[in-house]
Unconditional design. Structure first.
Length: 293
């Protein structure tokens, strides 16, 4: 094991073992939500301390699928009459939230879940109506800016000589990769490590949501470039999950269901993801897997 991997493992264990009480909200009426740190940074930048219910322009820099999820979740809760506020603890671990949801220590995930993943824990959580419906998740192919083999992809057959990285913990993503006929599919459960592997050239590409205007994805000193006008559909729907064991779980579930119905009827969900660059019209991009397997 390399020193870098050992340090990553130590940091991961420290985060997993850290008690929930290590973080505190300023107000006793606020509910603590755990957010991946890069998502939280973009969220605070795009909201700029404005009430989240007032956000109606999703075309600003830093807006992305994860951030839209956060905003839509809170707007739907508000529309449904849920009146508690939220405070946040940022971190680098993707899967700790699932355990906290099952234990009732986390009210909900503001990062939506694939339906298949949500079903794995449905005995512990309420599953909302879809916020992203089946067929709407069009993912961009991201690679190093100098990887011409990836940047020149035109057809699905071009993937046969390439490698990619993902994790079977994201069932929909992993199944999609397995249908693409890749030379190699590498497992890495940590998302930031996936970005690093692509940036360092250890694997050729990863799939990520589109950003506005097909911009590069930048994480600290790392930069990945999307293949222009070429994409892969991740077949499946995405949903918010709310803990059944949290004291406010049932109330939040009823509120978000009511609110999502309002937002959907007003076209606000579609408009938000479209403005953020996430929803792509199929006729404007080359879809490598246009039929669900």
């Amino acid at each position: 094991m390399s020193v870098s991997h050992l340090l990553t493992l130590i940091l991961l264990l420290c985060w997993l073992l850290m008690p929930v009480s290590a973080f505190a909200c300023d107000s006793k009426d606020s509910i603590l939500i755990y957010i991946r740190d890069d998502v939280y940074e973009d969220y605070t930048r795009v909201t700029a301390n404005r009430p989240v219910t007032e956000i109606n322009d999703f075309s600003v820099k830093g807006m992305r699928r994860d951030v839209v999820d956060m905003i839509i979740a809170q707007q739907a809760l508000a529309e449904g009459g849920f009146d508690k506020s939220f405070c946040y603890a940022a971190g680098k671990v993707n899967f700790r939230n699932t355990r906290l949801l099952q234990q009732g220590k986390l009210l909900m995930s503001f990062d939506s879940y694939w339906y298949k993943d949500a079903l794995e824990i449905e005995d512990s959580v309420y599953i909302s109506s879809p916020v992203i419906r089946n067929g709407e998740y069009v993912a961009a192919i991201y690679t190093r800016p100098d990887n011409q083999a990836v940047l020149s992809i035109q057809t699905a057959s071009d993937l046969a000589s390439l490698s990619a990285v993902s994790t079977p913990l994201w069932q929909t993503d992993w199944k999609t990769f397995q249908t693409l006929g890749l030379k190699e599919l590498v497992r890495e459960d940590d998302w930031v490590s996936q970005v690093q592997m692509v940036y360092r050239g250890w694997v050729d590409f990863m799939l990520m949501p589109y950003l506005p205007e097909q911009n590069p994805y930048v994480l600290e000193h790392l930069s990945l470039q999307p293949v222009k006008d070429t994409a892969v559909i991740l077949w499946g729907s995405r949903h918010f999950v709310i803990s059944r064991k949290h004291p406010d779980g049932e109330k939040a579930y009823k509120a978000i269901e009511k609110g999502l119905n309002v937002l959907r009827s007003q076209q606000r969900i579609k408009r938000a993801y479209t403005q953020a660059g996430f929803f792509k019209a199929s006729e404007k991009v080359n879809i490598l897997n246009p039929v669900e397997n």
